[in-house]
Design a protein around this ligand. Structure first.
Ligand code: CO8
Length: 259
């Protein structure tokens, strides 16, 4: 399956989505955003998908929004572009299955924001990340000021946002921007290993964990706990809950169907 400059390959319930515009270090134009949206929209309708790995072709993950396109924007066009990117990234953040960013190289500006919209960020030792927008006279527009601060805390986020510093993988790991850093040749294998571990678990339970954690970050502890209890109860209406508990009691491996 191919969608513009976004390529999708599916193997055993795991989708690999590749941003493929290496000549511009995978910079995101409106066309690229549309293609990304179309790819995730199609994947969202496929019940066999259990996890998604998002990566970039060539030496970059994504080096940002397309500066050459943005250079000609007036404020109205800039707002429309920011809202476009935010809407596509929201779709990725709310994708009903876990999305793993396999950060193979530069994740800058809009590329760092794309990684932030994913559930996990596994990076190559050669990856670099940052929000260099202030050096261009702008601020992040695809969610960087919001998701970065929520993930790293306000101080670390402000440091990266104010200085525009592009940090190496080990520093990104230390800051909590990357979850794991591996040798470049191991990046895809490690992401596949994580995706397979996720795919072996009860899909509805995994999806509800994602919903509960993400809603919890947006509300009070009391409301989050209440929501968790509701979702916990919901799992008891699934066949996979019955299968999972029976398999434990019968000392066998559970076979989950996603129902
Ligand atoms: N946009 C457009 N083209 C890009 C981008 C980009 N973000 N990044 C790289 N390219 C292009 C280069 O222009 C170059 O093209 P050409 O060969 O035609 O000159 C090609 O990709 C290769 O890049 P370099 O030759 O620069 O490669 P290097 O290895 O020398 O450098 C860097 C790699 C350090 C990553 C460098 O390319 C760079 O600094 N890129 C820009 C990074 C950046 O500032 N990103 C943030 C952009 S702003 C943003 O993302 C905000 C998004 C949300 C805004 C929404 C509100 C409107």
């Amino acid at each position: 399956m191919s969608s513009g400059k976004i390529h999708v390959a599916i193997l055993e319930g795991i989708a690999k989505v590749t941003v493929d515009r290496p000549e511009a270090l995978n910079a995101l134009s409106a066309e690229m955003l549309d293609a990304l949206e179309e790819a995730f929209s199609t994947l969202g309708q496929d019940p066999s998908i259990r996890a998604v790995i998002l990566t970039g072709a060539g030496k970059a993950f994504v080096a940002g929004g397309d500066i050459k396109v943005m250079a000609g924007f007036d404020p109205d066009q800039a707002r429309a572009f920011a809202l476009h990117g935010q809407q596509v990234f929201k779709m990725i953040a709310e994708f009903p299955r876990p999305v793993i960013a396999a950060i193979n190289g530069f994740a800058l500006g809009g590329g760092c924001e794309l990684a932030l919209a994913c559930d996990l960020r596994i990076a190559s030792e050669t990856a670099r990340a940052g929000q260099p927008e202030v050096g261009l006279g702008v601020i992040p527009g695809f969610g960087g000021t919001q998701r970065l601060a929520r993930l790293l805390g306000r101080s670390a986020a402000k440091y990266l946002l104010f200085t525009g510093e592009i940090v190496a993988a080990d520093r990104a790991l230390q800051l909590g921007l990357f979850d794991e850093v591996v040798a470049p040749e191991n990046l895809m294998n490690r992401c596949l290993e994580i995706a397979k571990a996720i795919a072996s678990k009860a899909p509805v339970a995994v999806a509800l964990c994602k919903q509960a954690v993400d809603l919890g970050g947006e509300t009070t502890l009391a409301k989050g706990l209440n929501y968790e209890a509701d979702l916990f109860a919901r799992t008891f209406a699934t066949a996979d809950r019955k299968e999972g508990m029976e398999a434990f009691i019968e000392k066998r491996t559970a076979f989950f169907t996603g129902s």
